[in-house]
Design a protein around this ligand. Sequence first.
Ligand SMILES: [Zn+2]
Ligand SMILES: [Zn+2]
Length: 260
Amino acid sequence: MAADMNARVDSLAVRLGPSICVLADDGRCFLVDVSPDIKEQENRLLTIPAYAKRKPGNPFDGVLLTHAHMGHYAGLVHFGREAANCRKLPVWCTDRMAEFLSNNAPWDQLVSLGNIKLHSAGETIEPWHGLRVRAIPVPHRGEYTDTIGISIDEKLLYVPDIDNWDAWPAAREEVAKHEVCLLDATFYSREELPGRDLGEISHPFITDTIETFADLAKDRRIILTHFNHSNPVCDPGGKEARSVIAAGFELAQEMLAIRF
Ligand SMILES: [Zn+2]
Ligand SMILES: [Zn+2]
């Protein structure tokens, strides 16, 4: 989760679910994906003065969901009537995702009780005046819904899940357009997954990502994120993590803050 680096470092060694947020100086906060760890992520946000000064009410001004894999939306349960009891919290997502949430328990209750209000992510949304978020369809295994990445103000690209870079014709063009790119880095290499069918593993390997974008990493920040627990880059002193840094890429840390 993007935020200030002022929380205790020891509690940050544990990696939480994938999520980023845009936090304005006046406390407005736009969340991208609601991971099962949202409660802890909210606690961490409260350590940031801008977020802490929010008035009681919905914990966020708006939410965007990239797709319906558990790690990216299951935290919505915390917005229901037994928990935060949000009131008409705006939730942007694809039409398929909206249909999924509206027609499947327990998510449909969030909609029928008015805890959340679904909006089509369409092409570009404006969670508040001056903040523009562009939805970018990306190929990713779609058991329940399709998947989007996002561009925030055409400065930051966030693609937490994608099958592979070759399956997305706009990959290089989109990365080249942005100053900062946060990209899917679930697995490091094939060797990490002995005996697994590669067809089931719908993520690019870090080794492939480095090969694909090495030239573009020279004049923009490419930050790798969404690490599986098996990923050796989670050990910051390991040779894999060092090779990523040596190639000019970065590894996302908990509470990573990016300022524009
Ligand atoms: Zn996914
Ligand atoms: Zn994911």
